[in-house]
Design a protein around this ligand. Sequence first.
Ligand SMILES: [Zn+2]
Ligand SMILES: [Zn+2]
Length: 286
Amino acid sequence: MQDALSGETSALAIFGLFLLAGALELLWPHRQHNGPITKRWFGNVTLYVLSGAIMLVPAIVAFAAALASHVTRFGLLDAMPLPPVYTWTVGILAMDALAYANHRLDHNIGVLWRIHAVHHSDPEMDATTTFRHHPLEVMLDSLLVGGCVLLIGISPAQVAVYSLLAMAIQLVAHTNIQVPVRLERGLGTVLVTPGFHQMHHSREIGQTNSNYGQVFVFWDHLFGSNSGRAADRERPIEFGLDHFRDAGSQLPHRLLLQPVLPQHSSPQSEDQASGTTRNRSVSPVS
Ligand SMILES: [Zn+2]
Ligand SMILES: [Zn+2]
């Protein structure tokens, strides 16, 4: 399993899926672009390269944590001799619950929001948006995941499988491709789909603070942050934030500087200050 999911294989699989999604977006775009895409793509892909390079260290930390936990049997799962099917289920769900909690923190803590807002300031949404994360966010997230992997006792194989699954789901969730409604509804009962994640990229703060899930939609239903799917809404979703919408703000150096630029506040505090009511169940996923 670990051989099949080696770094090269995983990277090639994700790169292949990215090329396929990009080709489908060019051939059959679901939404027309509002302006030239070259600056956005340049900025988003540059962040991918930077974050990808920086990601190597935290990824090694996460795998080292998993290996250390496996060898020392330090983690919680090591203290409970369970059949593999249970440890795999718990391990995968634990990693996804951690991603959900981490994402909510990104929206609720001011300094984390400044960094995470680079992902949200994309005024459009396509496959390249998947990789639009500030390198600092990648570092912080990976260190947090490494610590939790060690404590929980998640194995290196489970880390590899979950990481690959999460990247594939997130790549599909950001694509600008029309997904058949039946397929979206069917998959959307369990997995994060484009329609589900589009709500999270909405310019409306109440919707930005919803649909935090990375792979599974359970957590949003369980913790009251589900706002349904974009496909079920009458008005099309407008993506991005109120600020950083101009083409110049999409260039790599501006994206890297964005966390220290003015006009930031936690979307949670904006939500509370404006008295906006979060629309928690506009259209429950069914
Ligand atoms: Zn977010
Ligand atoms: Zn996103």
